[in-house]
Design a protein around this ligand. Structure first.
Ligand code: FES
Length: 227
């Protein structure tokens, strides 16, 4: 059987009657939020098209999107729960489970994979003691394996909490990142050098990685779950 046959669902199915995480009193928009929503609704021919903005706003407000929060978003735009749920589950950036304080999205797609993305991923698994989709016991870090984040030129890379990208990862860079995050310091935005600007900008690509140095090329996470 293929080594990629990881035995876990790609998307968690909704429970029948999950315990609500937020009360009815909490599930309301403030006047400011409502004003934003009205503005977004006015930007589309069909106000329902604002669902991505509304889900994002809800995630910023509640931290994640349990069913009752998705329902709030659906009700806000007068649309079916199933359609709002479909959008929320299509994008990994919407959190369907409670997350740690920092979410580490490590890209293991093609370019990152060839540049040692799985080395970085497995290093983080070992360092933090968690696997894909899990959160550390102290609630500080959630680790995720994600698809291409559109920054293949600075592979391997990761994104922190739907925010800054960290480029050209090495294990040393990961150590520094984790230490900084534990101290409450988010990485700052770094622009990526385009090939034509490499000389002028001093370059920021990894040139130290040779194919034989990549240890776990194409090795999915939770290798013990594969056959
Ligand atoms: S393959 Fe990792 S960012 Fe594209």
């Amino acid at each position: 059987m293929s080594q990629f046959n990881v035995k876990r669902p790609i998307v968690g199915l909704p429970e029948q009657d999950p315990e609500p995480q937020f009360s009815d009193d909490e599930l309301v928009w403030t006047d400011d939020e409502q004003a934003k929503i009205e503005r977004w609704k006015g930007q589309y021919p069909d106000p329902k098209a604002a669902i991505m903005n509304v889900l994002w706003l809800a995630q910023e407000k509640f931290g994640w999107l349990p069913p009752e929060v998705i329902q709030l978003c659906a009700d806000t735009l007068d649309m079916d729960y199933a359609r709002a749920f479909g959008v929320a589950t299509f994008y990994t950036q919407y959190y369907k489970e409670e997350q740690g304080e920092y979410v580490l999205d490590v890209c293991t797609c093609f370019s990152c994979q060839m540049m040692g993305g799985y080395d970085i991923f497995h290093y983080l698994e070992e360092k933090l003691g968690i696997h894909d989709g899990e959160t550390t016991d102290d609630g500080t870090f959630t680790l995720k394996e994600v698809e291409c984040l559109g920054c293949c030129g600075s592979a391997p890379m990761m994104q922190v909490s739907n925010g800054p990208y960290v480029h050209n990862l090495t294990k040393e860079k990961v150590d520094q990142l984790i230490e900084n995050l534990r101290a409450g310091q988010m990485p700052t935005f770094t622009s990526v050098t385009l090939p034509q600007d490499e000389d002028e900008m001093g370059g920021n690509r990894r040139t130290d990685v040779q194919p034989e140095q990549v240890e776990t090329y194409q090795t999915p996470p939770r290798a013990e779950a594969t056959e």
